[in-house]
Ligand binder design. Structure first.
Ligand SMILES: NC(=O)c1ccc[n+]([C@@H]2O[C@H](COP(=O)([O-])OP(=O)(O)OC[C@H]3O[C@@H](n4cnc5c(N)ncnc54)[C@H](O)[C@@H]3O)[C@@H](O)[C@H]2O)c1
Length: 293
């Protein structure tokens, strides 16, 4: 899309951090905004701030709630016009369950996958058929993570599972959206200075266990949180990068180089694990390419 001016953008997790950064960048270019988030207080602050620049409506909802998403889509389109930019951005970090194998439970799996993957699925299912029916121009932004491209250690295994899924979904569906005039950008940040650690702890199903946290583990968690503050990128800078990626119809928006080495290592290891090429491989590749034409 050459510009988001006069378009309506629907942003999940839009009350804070990267989502708010996108909202600020889009508003400065003249987009109307629908912000959806679990945190009603932060939504009110965002509406107060951005309402001075553009039309803003907010929805206090959980991205896992499909009916609430559908109702928000209806109201947004009635009040602000068709949603041309959809940002599936709400998400949580690893939390205790993702960092401590002993704490792994179905509750944690459902929580992490339900928000990080299910939220994106629900956003796509709610808005994409409407966008296709109307035709382009349009754009979808899915927030994955560096942890959706490669793995550092194993502590974030649940988070990685959710974000790798968002990466695969986005890369595949981008090819199908293109003929409808709808672009897609996959945002995969490394470290951004947001409140994600705090938000994640607040929503974590094992929150009540925080007081009884192992001191060594608590220290690790605090060090991790301090990293966000010291090294994390400004979420407004990430928001501006996303806007540029929409303008340029870029599939990948990589706000930093944190994952460059792990991505190299992963791709090299995958290629090295493959056997030498055979005639059968060459024929199969040719067949697949012909089938895609
Ligand atoms: N901060 C980073 O370093 C970083 C790195 C890579 C990826 N990300 C991703 O960026 C996205 C945004 O996170 P952020 O860093 O801006 O954190 P943040 O906590 O500042 O913002 C996330 C927002 O999502 C909302 N949210 C959480 N669960 C929700 C739900 N179920 N329904 C509706 N809203 C919900 C929160 O209330 C919050 O306002 C996430 O998907 C996250 O995984 C962040």
């Amino acid at each position: 899309m050459q510009t988001v001016s006069d378009s309506t953008a629907f942003i999940t997790g839009g009350a804070s951090g990267i989502g708010l950064g996108m909202a600020r960048a889009f508003a400065a270019e003249g987009a109307k905004l629908a912000l959806a988030d679990l945190n009603g207080d932060d939504l009110r602050k965002a509406q107060h701030e951005l309402g001075a620049t553009t039309d803003v409506i907010t929805f206090t909802l959980d991205v896992r709630d499909r009916d609430a998403m559908a109702a928000a889509a209806d109201r947004t389109e009635q009040e602000l016009g068709p949603v041309r930019v959809l940002c599936n951005n709400a998400g949580v970090g690893s939390g205790m369950g993702g960092m401590n194998l002993q704490a792994m439970s179905y509750q944690h799996w459902d929580h992490t996958l339900g928000i990080n993957l299910g939220g994106v699925v629900n956003g796509m299912q709610t808005f994409v058929p409407r966008m296709i029916e109307r035709g382009g121009p349009g754009h979808v932004v899915n927030t994955s993570s560096g942890s959706g491209l490669a793995v550092i250690g194993g502590a974030q295994f649940m988070y990685c599972a959710s974000k790798f899924a968002v990466t695969g979904l986005s890369e595949a569906i981008a090819n199908l959206l293109k003929p409808h005039g709808i672009g897609l950008t996959l945002v995969s940040p490394g470290f951004v200075n947001t409140r994600i650690a705090e938000t994640t702890r607040g929503l974590d199903p094992s929150e009540t266990a925080t007081e009884s946290m192992d001191p060594e583990y608590r220290e690790k968690l605090e060090r991790f949180e301090a990293l966000f503050e010291q090294l994390g990128q400004d979420p407004d800078v990430v928001g501006a990068m996303v806007l540029n990626a929409i303008h340029d119809d870029q599939l990948y928006c990589q706000p930093d180089r944190l994952m460059a080495d792990p991505i190299h290592a992963r791709c090299n290891a995958l290629l090295e694990a493959m056997p030498a090429e055979t005639e059968r491989d060459r024929k199969m590749t040719e067949m697949i390419q012909n089938a895609r034409r």
